[in-house]
Ligand binder design. Structure first.
Ligand SMILES: Nc1ncnc2c1ncn2[C@@H]1O[C@H](COP(=O)(O)OP(=O)(O)OP(=O)(O)O)[C@@H](O)[C@H]1O
Ligand SMILES: [Mg+2]
Length: 294
C-alpha cells in the first residue's frame, strides 16, 4: 500500500491526497499485489475524473454488515472497507450502470481499455467481497472495496513471497492463460502446464482472453499465438494484459518473427518467444526461464 500512496502523492500537483487508516492493521485473506493494483486503478480513475484538480482520499476502516443488510455476495460479518473518493466529474446513471462492464469506457480510443473497474470487481469477488460505486454528477465518486476481515490464526509466511507457508508447497504454481485459435495446440500446451502445476484457462481469440482476464486474479503467465482471428493480435493482447496485470510474464508461441513484438518488454525479461513448432520439453524450459526471472 505504501507504493500506492507514493504514487498517489505524485499524481498531479493540483490533486490533494489524503490517507485515513486505522492505527491497527486489518487482516484480509487476498492477493496483496492484486489489492495494490485494484487501489491503484481506482486512484487513476479518480485522477482522470479531476482534470482541473481536486481531492483524492483513501479511507480504510472496519465495517459490519448486519443480517438485515447481508446479500448473497456480502454475507453478514466484519469487513475491511477501502474507500477511494474523488471530488471529480461524477458519473451519470448511464455510465454508473455499465461502469463495471468489461470494455466499457468513456475515455478516448487508446486512453482506456475499460477493463479497470471490471478487474477491480473480479478481484473483490474472488476475495469473497465486493466493489460498490456511489457517484453524483458534478460532485464526485466513491468506489468502496469490501473484503472480509480474516478471523483465523495468522499462518506463517514464506519470507518475501507474501504466501502462506501451507500454500507454498501446494500444487498450484498460479494461473496461466493459453490463447491459440488451434484447439489442438491449446489442449497440448494446457495439459503440459497442468502437469507442472498450473491452473490453466484457455481462449481461442484475444477478445475471449480479455473477457476472461478479470476472473483470473492470480494470473502469472500468458501464453499466446501472435496471429489470432478477430482483429486483436497476440501482441496487442499481451500489451493490454501486461498493463492490467503488473508482473505478468508472456510467452509468444508463433511462427512470426520476434520483430513483431515490442522490444522493451523483451529487455525487461517479461516476454519470451518460442517458435512453432516446438517440443513439450522446449515449452517447459522456456516457461522455467521466463517465470524464474525476477
Ligand atoms: N472515479 C471516477 N469518476 C468518474 N467516472 C469514472 C470513475 N471511475 C470510472 N469512471 C467511469 O467508468 C468508466 C470505466 O472505468 P474503468 O476503470 O473500467 O475503465 P477506464 O478507466 O475507462 O479504462 P482503464 O481502466 O482500462 O484505463 C470510465 O471510462 C469512466 O467513464
Ligand atoms: Mg480505469
Amino acid at each position: 500500500m505504501a507504493m500506492v500512496c507514493n504514487l498517489c502523492r505524485t499524481l498531479t500537483p493540483r490533486i490533494e491526497f489524503q490517507l485515513l487508516a486505522p492505527a491497527t492493521a486489518l487482516l484480509c485473506l487476498c492477493d496483496a499485489h492484486q489489492l495494490e493494483n485494484a487501489v491503484l486503478n481506482l486512484c487513476i480513475n479518480a485522477r482522470d475524473a479531476m482534470p482541473r484538480g481536486g481531492r483524492l482520499r483513501i479511507e480504510v476502516s472496519e465495517v459490519k454488515i448486519a443480517a438485515q443488510q447481508a446479500t448473497a455476495v456480502l454475507p453478514e460479518g466484519d469487513y475491511a472497507q477501502i474507500r477511494v473518493t474523488d471530488t471529480g466529474l461524477g458519473m451519470p446513471g448511464s455510465v454508473l450502470q455499465r461502469a463495471f462492464d468489461p470494455f466499457f469506457t468513456t475515455k478516448p480510443r487508446g486512453a482506456g481499455t475499460g477493463l479497470g473497474l471490471s478487474m477491480v470487481q473480479g478481484f473483490a469477488r474472488q476475495s469473497a467481497g465486493e466493489a460498490q460505486i456511489d457517484s453524483v454528477v458534478g460532485q464526485g465518486t466513491t468506489v468502496s472495496l469490501l473484503l472480509p476481515v480474516y478471523q483465523g490464526v495468522l499462518p506463517a509466511v514464506v519470507p518475501g513471497t507474501g504466501v502462506a507457508a501451507n500454500d507454498a508447497g501446494s500444487s498450484s504454481q498460479g494461473a496461466v492463460l493459453v490463447v491459440d485459435d488451434e484447439a489442438g495446440i491449446r489442449d497440448h500446451v494446457g495439459e503440459a502446464l497442468q502437469d507442472i502445476g498450473y491452473l490453466v484457462t484457455e481462449a481461442a481469440t484475444a477478445t475471449e482472453a480479455l473477457r476472461l482476464l478479470p476472473e483470473l486474479a492470480t494470473l502469472r503467465l500468458l501464453i499466446t499465438d501472435i496471429g489470432l482471428p478477430g482483429g486483436i493480435g497476440g501482441d496487442e493482447l499481451a500489451s493490454l494484459a501486461m498493463q492490467k496485470c503488473p508482473g505478468l510474464k508472456v510467452l509468444f508461441i508463433s511462427g512470426f518473427s520476434e520483430n513483431s513484438v515490442p522490444t522493451a518488454a523483451f529487455e525487461e525479461g517479461r516476454v519470451h518467444w518460442l517458435p512453432k513448432p516446438f517440443a513439450m520439453s522446449e515449452l517447459k524450459t522456456a516457461i522455467d526461464q521466463l517465470v524464474g526471472e525476477a
